[in-house]
Design a protein. Structure first.
Length: 598
C-alpha cells in the first residue's frame, strides 16, 4: 500500500483486481485519507504519477495498461475534484489495465453460384386447372466445363487475446461445415489455402443438381420424377445445339401421367417412363415414350419411339410406334407401326408390321401393310405432294429458282455493259497494233500480236512501251489499264453467269424429278387380313380390293393404270422405283420377289 508525503501532503493508493467476463482487469484506487496541500500545484500531479508508476513497476501487470496520456488525465480529474470538494470522502477509482479479448473465428459458409431452386409455377384457374408455367430454370442450371459452381469459405481460427499479465487467451475457432459431398467424376475442387477457400468447378457440361445422399453432381440430362404442378414446363434454351436430355421417370403409378396435361418439354433428347397427358407438347431430337400419348398431345422430333398413341399428333423423321388408334395423325419420313386403327399416316415410307383397321396411309414412295382387316375400309395411296415434307421441298425449290432468276435478271445488264465496253477498247487495241507496225515499219505476225495482247491483258502496258521503244501517251496507258480491269471483271461475270445457270438448271431438274416421283411408288399389301382397301396413285385410283395374298401395286405412267403383281418380280438396281427406298423397304421387296405364294 504505497504512500508518499511532502509538506502537508499524504498519498495513499493501491492496485486491485476484478474479474469481468472471466478475465482479470486491474483498477487503481486512491483512498480518502489521501491529503493534498495544494491541488493546483503541478508538483502534486507529478508526485501522484511517480507513485503510480512505482506501483505498476512493482506489480506483474505487463499488458493493456492505460496510456500515459490517459493516466495523466485521470490524475488531473482527481485533483480537480479534490480542489472543488476540498477533499474526497470516498475512493477515487479508475481502470488501469484491461486484457485484449480474443476474436472468435468465423464459421465456414457455402456460397452457391448457381441457383438450384426451380421457379414457382402459377395456377391461373383453380377450377379448370389451367396453368401458367414458363421455363422453370433448368437452363439457368446448365453449366459448362470449367465454370465455377460453389465457393466454400472455410472456418477461421480466430485471433488469440492477451491477459494483463501477458498470458495467452485462446480464441474459439469457427465451426467447419460437415464434409462437403460432391461427385468427383463431374466436379473438381480447386483448393486455395492462401485465400482460405475452396472452389468447386465443373468437369463436364451439364446440369447442376444437389441430392442429400449424393451431394452436388452434374448430369448431362435434366432429371425429374414427374412433370406436373410441382415442376411445370421444362424448356432447355438452344436445345438443338446442346446434347442434353430430359428424363422423366415416375414409376410410382403407371396409370398416372408422368407429363401432365398441357405441359411442355423441350430438349435435345426426351425420355418419358410413363404417359404423356392430353395437350402436352414434347419437342426435341430423340424422343422415347414408354407409355401412352393422350389425345391432342403433340410430339415433334427427328427420332421418335412410342409405345401407344391415342388421338395425338406425331411429327418426326424416323417414327416407330407400337400401337396407333383413334384418329391419331402420324407425319414423318419413315414411319414404322405395329398396329394401326382409325388413324392417318403420312410419310415417305410407311411400314405397318401386323395389322391395319380403317385408316388412311399416304406415302411418297413406298407402303408396306401386313394384314388389312375388315373393320372399315382402308386407303393406301402414293401422293408425295400430299405430304408436308414434299410441299416444303417444292416450296423451297421454287423459292430458290425465283431467287436465282432474279439474280440473273439483275446480273445480265452488267455482263452486257461489260461486253460493250470491252468491244470499244478492242477497237482501240487494234488501232494501237497498226500504229506500232507503222512506227516500226514492220508487219507483226499473229504470234507477236498475241504476245502484245497478253501484256495488255496482264496490265503490263508500260513494259510493252519499254520493249518496243515506243512512247505511249498517258491517256493510252490509262485506256489499256481500263481494258485490263474490264477483262478481269468479264471473267468474274462469266463465272457468276455459269454458276447462276447451274443453279437454275439444277432447281428445274429437281422440281421436274419431284413432280415425277409419284409414278415410282410401290405399295406392298401382305397377306394376313380380309379387309377392303383403296389403292391410289395421285389422282388414279383402284376400287376397293380384298387383300388375302402378298400383292405389289405400282403405277404405269404410260398405260395410266395401277398394276398389281402377286408372283415373283425382278427388281433391278437401275429401276427408278428403287432409287429412294430405304434398306428396310428393299428387304421387304426382296422377300416378296422370292415368294412363290400365289
Amino acid at each position: 500500500m504505497p504512500s508518499a508525503s511532502t509538506t502537508n501532503t499524504t498519498i495513499d493508493l493501491f492496485i486491485h483486481m476484478d474479474e469481468v467476463q472471466g478475465q482479470q482487469h486491474a483498477y487503481l484506487s486512491i483512498r480518502p485519507n489521501t491529503r493534498i496541500a495544494n491541488p493546483t500545484d503541478a508538483r502534486a500531479k507529478t508526485e501522484i504519477l511517480a507513485v503510480i508508476e512505482q506501483l505498476i513497476e512493482n506489480s506483474t501487470i505487463t499488458h493493456g495498461l492505460l496510456a500515459k496520456k490517459k493516466l495523466r488525465e485521470q490524475v488531473e480529474l482527481y485533483l480537480d475534484g479534490y480542489r472543488k470538494n476540498g477533499e474526497y470522502r470516498d475512493y477515487f477509482t479508475f481502470s488501469l489495465a484491461a486484457p485484449t479479448l480474443p476474436v472468435p473465428g468465423s464459421d465456414s459458409t457455402l456460397e452457391e453460384l448457381i441457383n438450384l431452386e426451380l421457379k414457382a409455377g402459377k395456377i391461373i384457374n383453380e377450377k379448370t386447372g389451367k396453368i401458367d408455367f414458363r421455363d422453370l430454370g433448368f437452363s439457368e442450371k446448365l453449366v459448362h466445363k470449367g465454370s465455377k459452381l460453389l465457393v466454400v469459405n472455410h472456418a477461421t481460427k480466430g485471433i488469440d487475446g492477451t491477459t494483463i499479465h501477458g498470458g495467452q487467451i485462446h480464441a474459439e475457432p469457427g465451426k467447419e461445415l460437415a464434409k462437403l459431398r460432391y461427385d468427383r467424376k463431374s466436379i473438381i475442387a480447386d483448393e486455395q489455402p492462401e485465400k482460405n477457400i475452396t472452389i468447386l468447378k465443373a468437369l463436364i457440361d451439364g446440369f447442376l443438381y444437389r441430392e442429400e445422399t449424393r451431394g452436388y453432381f452434374i448430369d448431362p440430362d435434366v432429371l425429374v420424377q414427374q412433370v406436373d404442378f410441382s415442376t411445370g414446363n421444362i424448356a432447355v434454351k438452344d436445345y438443338s445445339t446442346i446434347a442434353t436430355s430430359i428424363k422423366v421417370e415416375d414409376s410410382s403409378n403407371v396409370l398416372k401421367d408422368s407429363v401432365k396435361a398441357g405441359f411442355t418439354l423441350k430438349a435435345n433428347g426426351i425420355r418419358v417412363t410413363g404417359n404423356v397427358g392430353r395437350g402436352a407438347i414434347l419437342e426435341g431430337d430423340t424422343i422415347t415414350i414408354n407409355g401412352i400419348v393422350d389425345p391432342e398431345a403433340r410430339i415433334i422430333g427427328r427420332h421418335i419411339t412410342i409405345d401407344k398413341v391415342v388421338g395425338a399428333r406425331i411429327e418426326g423423321h424416323e417414327v416407330t410406334i407400337n400401337e396407333v388408334i383413334r384418329n391419331a395423325i402420324i407425319i414423318g419420313h419413315q414411319v414404322k407401326i405395329k398396329t394401326c386403327m382409325s388413324s392417318t399416316i403420312q410419310a415417305t415410307e410407311v411400314h405397318i408390321a401386323e395389322s391395319m383397321h380403317a385408316g388412311t396411309v399416304t406415302a411418297g414412295t413406298f407402303i408396306y401393310c401386313h394384314g388389312i382387316h375388315s373393320s372399315g375400309k382402308s386407303v393406301l395411296q402414293i401422293d408425295p405432294f400430299a405430304l408436308p415434307d414434299y410441299q416444303q421441298r417444292e416450296e423451297k425449290l421454287n423459292e430458290m429458282l425465283r431467287k436465282s432468276s432474279l439474280k440473273r435478271d439483275h446480273f445480265t445488264p452488267k455482263l452486257v455493259k461489260n461486253t460493250y465496253l470491252r468491244s470499244q477498247l478492242e477497237t482501240e487495241i487494234a488501232q494501237l497494233l497498226q500504229n506500232i507496225e507503222e512506227q516500226k515499219n514492220i508487219s507483226l505476225t499473229n504470234q507477236q500480236k498475241t504476245a502484245i495482247r497478253q501484256l495488255i491483258t496482264s496490265d503490263r502496258a508500260a513494259e510493252l512501251s519499254e520493249r518496243l521503244h515506243i512512247p505511249l501517251a498517258s491517256i493510252t496507258l490509262k485506256r489499256l489499264h481500263s481494258f485490263y480491269q474490264l477483262t478481269q471483271e468479264h471473267e468474274e461475270l462469266k463465272k457468276e453467269e455459269e454458276s447462276i445457270n447451274r443453279e437454275i438448271i439444277g432447281c428445274k431438274e429437281v422440281i421436274a424429278n419431284l413432280r415425277q416421283s409419284f409414278s415410282r411408288g410401290l405399295i406392298l399389301a401382305d397377306n394376313g387380313g380380309d379387309g377392303e382397301v383403296h389403292i391410289n396413285f395421285g389422282t388414279f385410283s383402284r376400287r376397293p380390293t380384298t387383300i388375302n395374298t402378298p400383292t405389289l401395286f405400282s403405277f404405269s405412267r404410260n398405260r395410266k393404270t395401277i398394276i398389281a403383281t402377286t408372283g415373283p418380280l425382278a427388281l433391278h438396281k437401275h429401276d427408278q422405283r428403287l432409287a429412294s427406298l430405304s434398306p428396310e423397304a428393299l428387304k421387304l421387296l426382296n422377300r416378296f420377289s422370292a415368294s412363290r405364294i400365289l
